[in-house]
Design a protein around this ligand. Sequence first.
Ligand code: TV7
Ligand code: CA
Ligand code: ZN
Length: 393
Amino acid sequence: ESGITRPKGYNVSFHCNPGMEKHHFGMTHPMKPWRLTLSKSLIYSYGMSFAMDNYVSRAATYEELATFHSTDYLDFLGTVLPEPVPRDLENQNPDLKFNLGGSDCPLFDGLYDYCSMSAGGALDGARKLCSKQSDIAIAWGGGLHHAKKAEASGFCYINDIVVAILQLLRYYPRVLYIDIDVHHGDGVEEAFFSTDRVMTVSFHKYDPNNFFPGTGALDDNGPKSEHNPGAHHAVNVPLNDGITDEQYEWLFNSIIGRIVEKFRPGAIALQCGADSLAGDRLGRFNLQVQGHGACVEFCKKYNLPLILFGGGGYTPRNVARAWAYETSIAISCDDKISPTLPQHVPWREQFRQDTLFPTLEQILGEPRVNRNSQKRLQDILQHVTEQLRFVQA
Ligand code: TV7
Ligand code: CA
Ligand code: ZN
């Protein structure tokens, strides 16, 4: 009914674990694992499951997580329990071990299961690419880019992306990591700071004093110590509030085009954080579903093994639209998805409008002021072009 068919000789695998979706960070916390349920519901209602291989992913094992994380941290993560009673007034600011238990990274029931399931989907996807069983692997439950080797950060406890890229590096000499979440992909950048086998590129809102995590300036390109092969292999694209589809697409295509030409990756890992969309509860950009999806379309055109991760996204109806549209881009050759939502999608009222592509006016009432001048975007492209002179495939 949606006109979506399975193209021959071209495989997409979809990795999810329904067990992830029932977890709660707390009533007022912006991260809602339920957005994954809403996304899948839209994807399945469009009939997309018939055009891909669908897998219920395993939870990643301790050993798999330990390919990146320290065992001290994993042991603690596996044993901490949520506080049975709320903290009393004298105990509002306990010393946080591994940054766990604060308001951004709360301890909740089943935390370790939630983390290992997120990483399991990402790792299963990476393995499907390595074995050539998939050309594109999708893991919307992953994309938790802030987690460090021995520290939780910004709603992220386990860095499923790093674990998946380490798997890809067993088969591919070079991996390109791209991050379109509105936040800086600091955890992934740091993990690969000292290797020239991974190039990391993050597009993000940058305002060191007012926007998390405050890193990712244009000239932060990896430690420039004398013998660091990873120097110049971190690309940062700091942006201001209100960037539009048109500007973002121009900058994304120009930058990624030059990087692929120079770095010649064997595989691409794309974090599709949906908090860069207009109307996001935490985000600041004016991107529409079309502009966000254009990044996936551009990456797909290289015909390289491609893994798509989720990430941020705090207005569930927009997250579901973006990830459904991007799933359709992954599976379709030429046929375009219907812009009208399927008739019988569960939680239909959540979506407010019955279109996959709401206008900025429908999303926001009044669009956010665009604080990105064309001159600044050209300067960013100029800096990246100069940086790439130091990069050799
Ligand atoms: C990948 N922004 C993660 C993005 C992580 C952002 C932050 C919140 C936030 C937390 C809450 C909450 C919130 C409305 C928003 C400096 C602080 C300021 C906590 C209140 N409401 C991703 C992390 C970021 C928690 N953190 O990239 C419980 O916003 O800015 C900060 C740090 C200290 C802690 N406080 C916020 O998208 C998945 N947190 C409500 C309840
Ligand atoms: Ca980013
Ligand atoms: Zn984010």
